[in-house]
Structures are given as structure tokens and as C-alpha cells.
Design a binder for this molecule. Structure first.
Ligand code: SME
Length: 149
């Protein structure tokens, strides 16, 4: 297991001192990225109606601040209800690129029961970067956010 429980602890501590939603999301993004490689950039997209809206991020800026459900890797995760672990973004037909450096991408849904609240979208400059352990680690943060937001 990667060093995730300190992140969940930090999120709970922020929640206890009434940190607003934006701060919790920013903290989650910053702390995941702070783990270092293979995490390059981390984005929190939250579902507002039928669009994913970028509410916080850490790393490279992206022009994709609103993504319709069904579009790109992010929108596909919501449309299918499945997390997405894309080993090679170059072979994904509807991939929405925000830079040329990103080689692989992991999208983990933030779910409360059957409701999808949003997602954590993690980019890596390393091809096929994300293992099952990385997926579980990011999911632990997503699950904590689902309770705290
Ligand atoms: N690559 C994503 C878009 C989000 S940016 O990478 C931050 C997609 O295909 O949905």
C-alpha cells in the first residue's frame, strides 16, 4: 500500500476544522501529486448536472475545465460507472489531450452509495504507469472524499 492513509488523515483533519469543499479537493489533489512519480498531475472533476466541472487540481493546467458526460476518458467513467485505467492515452479514440507529455491516465470515481459525485483524474508522463496498488491508493482518497464532501 502506498502512503495514502496520511492523506486520508489530512482530509479528515481539514474537515474537522470546517475546511470548505474547494480546500478538501485541492488538498486531495496536492497530496496525491506530492507522492511523486508516477503521479504528474491530479484533477478533481465534480459532476454538476450532465457536466464534469474542474473544481481543483495540482500540476499542469488544463483547458478542459468542463467535460460533458460521455466525452473523453473522464466522461466515459461517469457514463459507464466504471473507473478508467488507460495505459496508453495515444490509442484512446475520444481522449481529450491537455498536453503532449501525458502517456497514461487513471480516473477514479467519487461515489456515495449509488450516486457519482465526481472523480479524481490522475495523469502520468510514464506509459502504463498505474498498477492495481495505485488504483487502490487513489480510491482510498476518493472514498474518503465521498464521505467528507
Ligand atoms: N484526458 C481527460 C481530460 C482531462 S485532462 O487530462 C486534465 C479525458 O480524456 O477525459
Amino acid at each position: 500500500m502506498l502512503a495514502i492513509s496520511p492523506i486520508v488523515r489530512a482530509l479528515r483533519a481539514a474537515h474537522v476544522r470546517d475546511a470548505p469543499r474547494a480546500e478538501l479537493l485541492r488538498l486531495a489533489c496536492e497530496k496525491i501529486r506530492g507522492l511523486g512519480a508516477p503521479y504528474t498531475s491530479v484533477y478533481a472533476y465534480m459532476l454538476q448536472g450532465d457536466e464534469l466541472v474542474l473544481e481543483a487540481f495540482s500540476g499542469r493546467e488544463t483547458e478542459h475545465t468542463r467535460i460533458p458526460v460521455g466525452r473523453g476518458v473522464c466522461g466515459t467513467a461517469v457514463a459507464t460507472g466504471e473507473d478508467q485505467n488507460v495505459a496508453d492515452v495515444g490509442v484512446v479514440g475520444n481522449y481529450l489531450a491537455c498536453n503532449l507529455e501525458t502517456k497514461s491516465e487513471l480516473v477514479v470515481l467519487i461515489r456515495r452509495g449509488h450516486t457519482i459525485l465526481g472523480q479524481l483524474d490522475v495523469d502520468s508522463d510514464v506509459p502504463a504507469a498505474f498498477t492495481v496498488a495505485h488504483h487502490e491508493a487513489v480510491k482510498a482518497v476518493a472514498d474518503a472524499l465521498a464521505v467528507l464532501l
